[in-house]
Design a protein around this ligand. Structure first.
Ligand code: CO
Length: 139
């Protein structure tokens, strides 16, 4: 496996609307997508584009959301995960499992419409890592 591009930094927030306003006001962000719900993952998502990567703002859809606990511990929100691209999610999962890493759940379709999976933070010094299959240009 080779480390791929940093696709995005995941940032949990209690309010996407407020976070978007902050990125606009303080950093001059102007390429900001429309927020959308990912009910299967219990989150609302909005991407802020930087020239070399994206910030993925994630807000819990309800208190059963996987990030509801994070927001409870960090009421103002905070950095949640890093997402790296991999060529093939199945191969990445097999290789990481063989190396003893803990994969959280099964691969599923992520916010960019390609398969994603999360690796346990204890395997990365406390950082939650998302792996995302690169979109294929031949589709
Ligand atoms: Co993400």
């Amino acid at each position: 496996m080779n480390l791929g591009r940093l696709n995005h930094v995941g940032v949990a927030t209690p309010s996407i609307e407020q976070s978007v306003a902050t990125y606009r006001a303080l950093l001059g962000a102007d390429a900001i997508g429309e927020p959308f719900d990912l009910p299967a993952q219990g989150v609302r998502v909005c991407f802020v584009d930087a020239p070399n990567t994206q910030v993925e703002l994630i807000e819990p859809l309800d208190d059963k959301s996987p990030i509801a606990g994070f927001i409870a511990k960090n009421p103002a929100g905070g950095q949640h995960h890093l997402c790296f691209e991999v060529p093939d999610i199945g191969e990445a999962v097999a290789e990481l499992k063989a190396k003893g890493a803990t994969i959280l759940g099964e691969p599923r379709i992520g916010a960019h419409g390609t398969p994603i999976v999360f690796v346990h933070p204890r395997d990365f010094g406390g950082v939650l890592v998302e792996l995302m299959e690169m979109p294929r240009s031949d589709h």
